[in-house]
Design a binder for this molecule. Sequence first.
Ligand SMILES: Nc1ncnc2c1ncn2[C@@H]1O[C@H](COP(=O)(O)OP(=O)(O)OP(=O)(O)O)[C@@H](O)[C@H]1O
Ligand SMILES: [Mg+2]
Length: 445
Amino acid sequence: MGQAARFEIYFILGSAGAAALLAWTGVGWGLVWPLAVGPFLARNLYYLFRLAALVRRKHRLAPPFPRGLWGEIFRTIAQYQQRGRKRRKRQIRFIRRFREATVSVPDALVVLDKRKRIEWANPAAAVLMDVQWPRDDGKLLTDVIDQPHLNEHIDAGDYHRPIEIAPVHNRALMLSLRISPFGERKRQRLLVARDITKLYHLNMIRRDFVANASHELRTPLTVIAGFLESLADSPLTPAQHRRPMELMHNQSERMRSIIDDLLTLSRLEMDDRSGELAAVDVPAELRLVLHEAQALSGGLHEFAAQVDPDLLLIGNQPELRSAFSNLVYNAVRHTPPGTRIEVVWRDDGSGPLFAVHDSGDGIEPQHIPRLTERFYRVDKARSRASGGTGLGLAIVHHVLNRHDAQLVIASEVGTGSSFSCRFPSASGMRREQAEPATHAVATSG
Ligand SMILES: Nc1ncnc2c1ncn2[C@@H]1O[C@H](COP(=O)(O)OP(=O)(O)OP(=O)(O)O)[C@@H](O)[C@H]1O
Ligand SMILES: [Mg+2]
């Protein structure tokens, strides 16, 4: 407290004492008012009104300040004001820097409120997605960009995987779009779109190259395999040439099967959705697959099946058959004789589950994440000898992706392996549900 203020307090206490003394000695209040309290009260009222007026008009308090207590009050308020000004300046600087950073981000950023209205977007969003801010401020995202696929994705609420979109305003672009929920109860969303045009084209070139090369090789190989087969069987072929002919025929057949697998993979890759969906009778498919697997095993494996006979799956029948058979044949081809193979098909509450468990040699953990890569084999020599090319699990992976399902591989060396396909709950169907529907279609058609 300053000296002037202290003096003022002494003055107040002193005049109060003097007033009391005067009152006690009988001089009375009449003299005390005008002499002591009057000017003091007038000064206080003046500064009180002045301060009220300055604060009301949001004026900045600046020196010179009055002396005494009022001076301290004015000075303290001025300090608060200055601190507030500094904080605001810092915030403005921070916001400006943040804005500058978002302007220089090459990815499109769009903030949506909980009702999918555009709250903010950076300049890249104008170029990549045609969302222009502030022009589109407050508009529904669906009114600004025509992407029904994106709208469904936002509503679905599962943002683990990015989606690819081709913006309508610029057909040359391809974007990979990711959504992150944020804010209160995670109901606001940040859309981040990355330009993947180059990557997409490179991928397309690779895919087309593999598809075209496989397609071109298929016909000559068919001719070679056909002639080799007839030459190997022909009585005109000298006996010493027969064995090499047979080997050549086997190898050309192997090449044909590789090419067929590559063509299947390219076809699966073209589109990440399965075309024709129907209720697939999985128990019936598994009966056939198991029958063929037993033939392949030649009685060297022990089979068990735990199949729910009334559980069907909405999906693409040939694709599912190929995926399931790949997994069951793998359990036969990549395990030693005497292995027990169990096939499971049931709904365990979290959706339909197809699994193949075997008690084979197992797979070392470092190989597991790579098994779905094309041509990846744990033991190349052994796998090749058993006729494998390493494309089977890549096909399984693609088929499951197209069915929104997941492949889970668990294996322990010396104990065995499990390959499980987990399908979304909505894709399962009971047989009794499927049959009235087929009946209705049949009668209406
Ligand atoms: N049940 C299993 N037990 C042990 N190893 C397995 C099992 N299933 C797959 N593998 C390993 O994973 C590799 C990849 O399997 P994938 O089905 O992709 O190819 P493949 O069976 O060798 O050939 P393809 O299926 O194309 O004819 C196999 O080569 C094998 O090493
Ligand atoms: Mg296989």
